[in-house]
Design a protein around this ligand. Structure first.
Ligand code: ARG
Length: 269
């Protein structure tokens, strides 16, 4: 019988894995992304496909090379590690309304203020708000206010790298990743994980699907019982991208929903 194992599959059985190896990019780890169910050969986000125009209208690309989601029409929710601090800041441009960043219909709006999560010090609390000079007239993304939907399968999307060390993308890419519980995620990341503030997702056994550099700040979301998109995570970090046994780590939005709401109110309108 013919073997279908054309690609060498990297296993993590090679012994103890150094937790400090967050920037290592062994070539073998990025070989052979899993084929997508539709048989598409595209590999985006990592292991995803192109989003349709209008599919995720709340997605924005930020000029520092991050993603974000419209919390209101003029406030973008992103990651704390994507911004420098809090205060007046007109240096960021948000691009919305398109999947193709080079589309002439792209709406580009500058920032006026940035609010980085109070107490952010690089561990947990990886959220920030960016106030825009004018609204981007697209549907917004509701955030999870409790942990009801912190389970199941999640959608991820972004213009970030399509593999470790890969290029930023012109077209918005999307993929689906399953929830990983805190205990399992702690086995991968130990004390680097802040379980009360972070939620993990990824294909633990096979890897192959994940967010990656440049997707940071973008949303991880799913449908609620009413069929509405609901944001449960913010792309934060991971060891490499799409490695087996190394899930993506996302800010647990429900843990900060009240803080986000308060901070947004403080940005005025
Ligand atoms: N920190 C990265 C960024 O700034 C996001 C990394 C996400 N990594 C992952 N394996 N899910 O874009």
């Amino acid at each position: 019988m013919r073997s279908t194992r054309k690609h060498l599959k990297r296993t993590t059985a090679a012994g103890a894995i150094a937790l400090a190896a967050f920037s290592l990019q062994p070539a073998a780890a990025q070989a052979a992304p899993a084929p997508t169910p539709g048989g598409s050969v595209h590999t985006h986000v990592v292991g995803g496909t192109r989003a349709d125009q209008g599919e995720f209208p709340f997605m924005v690309r930020l000029s520092m090379g991050c993603g974000g989601a419209l919390y209101t029409k003029d406030i973008v929710l992103t990651a704390a590690h994507c911004v420098d601090g809090s205060g007046n800041d007109t240096s960021i441009t948000a691009t919305g309304g398109v999947v193709d960043l080079e589309d002439s219909a792209a709406v580009k709006v500058n920032s006026t203020q940035v609010l980085q999560a109070p107490g952010y010090n690089g561990k947990g609390k990886d959220w920030a708000l960016i106030k825009l000079a004018k609204p981007i007239d697209q549907p917004t993304l509701k955030i999870a206010e409790n942990d009801t939907y912190n389970k199941g399968d999640f959608t991820i999307a972004g213009w970030g790298a399509d593999k470790e060390g890969g290029d930023q993308q012109r077209y918005l890419l999307k993929a689906t990743v399953p929830f990983i519980d805190d205990a399992t995620c702690q086995q991968a990341y130990g004390d680097s994980l802040t379980p009360g503030e972070e939620i993990c997702a990824g294909k633990l056994d096979t890897g192959g699907v994940d967010t990656c550099q440049g997707d940071s700040g973008g949303p991880m979301f799913r449908k609620d019982d009413a069929g509405q998109w609901l944001q449960v995570g913010i792309v934060s970090w991971g060891e490499g991208c799409a490695r087996p046994g190394k899930p993506g780590v996302y800010t647990e939005v429900s843990a900060f929903a009240a803080d986000i709401k308060k901070a947004a109110a403080g940005l005025g309108s």
